[in-house]
Write a new protein. Structure first.
Length: 58
């Protein structure tokens, strides 16, 4: 029933990220925050990076 009411709800997951990747993602978030007046969440940055990496791969 949940899929019918909320088909595109985000899923909460826990992942382990290495220090180097964490720093790169936080750096990317900081850069995006400098370039905009709106908020940029860490989850948004991670989702954008994963989406870009997976494009064209199936």
């Amino acid at each position: 029933m949940n899929k019918i009411l909320y088909p595109n709800m985000p899923k909460r997951v826990t992942i382990m990220i290495g220090d180097d990747n964490y720093k790169k993602l936080r750096g990317l978030q900081a850069k995006l925050l400098k370039d905009t007046t709106s908020s940029v969440s860490f989850s948004q940055v991670v989702n954008n990076v994963i989406t870009s990496a997976l494009k064209g791969k199936a």
